[in-house]
Write a protein that binds this ligand. Structure first.
Ligand code: FES
Length: 248
């Protein structure tokens, strides 16, 4: 097995051991320190697009999901400056799409909504843009609602790398950038299946399974009782025991 160096790093003044090749996100999560994230998901190649995981490493702003640790790295994760930056990014995501949480099947299980609650956002500081977005209900088991898509590319990476299908990809540029399916027009023309990994990784309500909406009652949904990241923080231990191949 390849020899890996152990590094001593600090996150918010707490000293911990990280492993050569780990990202800041992986080292933090191994130590039970929650770094908010949206496009990042354990098991997928890091994408670095949402910037919600921004931390300060040795005084520089970096995305924790893509930045490898270095020896003696000093990281700020929980400062008011970073929390406010993350609030601003989350608020932008809310106003750039159409997120009507009270009507959304994903409410209570949505990572965007849960991070907003954790960061104490009650209403965005920016004006809502109310963009026109597509719906695709053509597939018998899967519903696509682009009003809620935050362009995290989890479905793109999961379909390509885990399902080996490549059913989703980006098209367009700038404000016109959006997720498309690899068929002439509709999701039902692709080979996507409701059991695909790509269908489970959406952090918001852009990809939904049909006929299971609102199955879990309010009060028992993922983030009803504890804020997002609590499960990870509950695992907090003084030192990392082994390197991860990914993070949560
Ligand atoms: Fe790191 Fe999105 S989670 S950039």
């Amino acid at each position: 097995m390849e020899h890996m160096e152990q590094y001593s790093i600090t996150i918010d003044g707490r000293t911990l051991t990280a492993w050569e090749g780990q990202t800041i996100m992986e080292a933090a999560h191994d130590a039970g320190i929650y770094v908010p994230h949206l496009c990042y998901l354990r098991g997928l190649v890091p994408f670095g697009s949402c910037r919600v995981c921004t931390v300060k490493a040795d005084g520089r702003f970096v995305s924790a999901c893509t930045q490898p640790v270095t020896p003696k790295m000093t990281i700020e994760n929980d400062s008011e400056e970073l929390l406010d930056l993350r609030r601003s990014l989350i608020e932008m995501l809310f106003v750039e799409g159409n997120h009507f949480c009270m009507f959304c099947e994903k409410s209570g299980n949505c990572e965007l909504q849960a991070i907003a609650y954790r960061l104490g956002i009650s209403a965005p500081r920016h004006d809502y843009q109310f963009p026109e977005r597509r719906l695709d209900a053509s597939h018998p088991d899967i519903f696509l609602d682009m009003n809620r898509c935050i362009l995290c590319a989890r479905c793109v990476r999961a379909s390509r790398d885990l399902d080996g299908k490549g059913c989703f990809d980006f098209v367009g540029r700038g404000r016109g950038r959006r997720i498309a399916v690899n068929a002439e027009a509709r999701l039902s023309d692709t080979v996507v299946d409701v059991t695909d990994e790509a269908i489970d990784v959406c952090p918001v309500g852009a990809i939904l399974k049909k006929r299971v909406g609102f199955k879990v009652p309010i009060g028992r949904r993922t983030y009803d009782l504890e804020p997002i990241g609590s499960d990870l923080e509950a695992r907090r231990r003084p030192r990392a025991a082994a390197p991860t191949g990914g993070a949560s």
